[in-house]
Design a protein around this ligand. Structure first.
Ligand code: COA
Length: 260
């Protein structure tokens, strides 16, 4: 797929995905969503990709929400379908990605933008970032997983407060409440993300994928997280990476994993 609205660049086994509509504060229109879905799906089978970094173009916004101009005249069924497709093709696909996904939040992360960041496994924010779910100001509620993931990350009380008031919080407050892992000056955002990525890239890829499934299972009412952990732990013993990791430890050398 030839992307028009996002930039996808593979550098040193990291897939950098940049949402590239800075003049519209990177708002998520249909094309952005479909290109994101494609890039995330392809990354799953591309053995060159170890980690995915997601960010927004420009210095003002990560993503300022779903593109309001697109759904103004939607019916009940069209609204339901919009949320349904977004969940399955983009937001859940990111959360369930077998390759770790890091959000570098370089400015406003509002509505669908915060929901996108929350679907990622790790979030790092620049110190100018503002985060919020302002959907009720439009007569909506968050529809891309925000009611669930915000409550999971910050607890029910603060999630209700942020959704009810529609207030944005600062990056510093987001760090205090566990909504982002780190806050750094904007010019250091990618560097901080790359520091984390450098570590993650050295770890066993199949073990990372198992960790994603086990952690996510605990938040899925249809699954038993503990049981999933048991199964995934067992599966790790059947990998060449485990043989390599344990041999390297005993031989006092650095493990070199192949993701096999
Ligand atoms: N959907 C569509 N367009 C959006 C958008 C969105 N979610 N967010 C910003 N834009 C567009 C603006 O319409 C404007 O376009 P224009 O220049 O063609 O008029 C452009 O991006 C710049 O935004 P602007 O509002 O002029 O910037 P600002 O600095 O004054 O305000 C925000 C920044 C983020 C506070 C403001 O854009 C905003 O409130 N956006 C909507 C946030 C929202 O409600 N998101 C949830 C959607 S469900």
């Amino acid at each position: 797929m030839n992307y028009q609205q996002i930039i996808a660049e593979l550098k040193e086994n990291v897939l950098y995905i940049t949402i590239n509509r800075p003049q519209k504060l990177n708002a998520l229109n249909k094309e952005v969503l479909s290109e994101l879905a494609d890039a995330i799906a392809n990354a799953q089978t591309n053995t060159e990709v170890s980690v995915i970094l997601l960010t927004g173009a420009g210095e003002k916004a990560f993503v300022a929400g779903a593109d309001i101009s697109e759904f103004q005249n939607y019916s009940l069924e069209e609204g339901r379908q919009l949320a349904h497709d977004g969940h399955s093709k983009v937001f859940n696909a990111i959360e369930q990605s077998s390759k770790p996904v890091i959000a570098a939040i370089n400015g406003f992360a509002l509505g669908g933008g915060l929901e996108l960041a929350m679907a990622c496994h790790i979030r790092i924010a620049s110190d100018n970032a503002k985060l919020g779910l302002p959907e009720v100001t439009l007569g909506l509620i968050p529809g891309y997983g925000g009611t669930q993931r915000l409550a999971q990350l910050v607890g029910k009380g603060l999630a209700f407060e942020m959704i009810f008031t529609a207030d944005m919080i600062t990056a510093q407050k987001a760090e205090q409440v566990g909504l982002v892992n780190y806050v750094v000056p904007q010019e250091q955002l990618l560097q901080k993300a790359e520091e984390l990525i450098a570590k993650i890239k050295q770890r066993a890829p199949l073990a990372l994928a198992s960790a994603v499934r086990a952690v996510n299972a605990g938040f899925n009412p249809q699954l038993n997280g503990y049981q999933t952990e048991i199964e995934e732990f067992g599966k790790c013993f059947d990998t060449a990476d485990f043989k390599e990791g344990s041999s390297a430890f005993l031989e006092k050398r650095k493990a070199i994993f192949k993701g096999e």
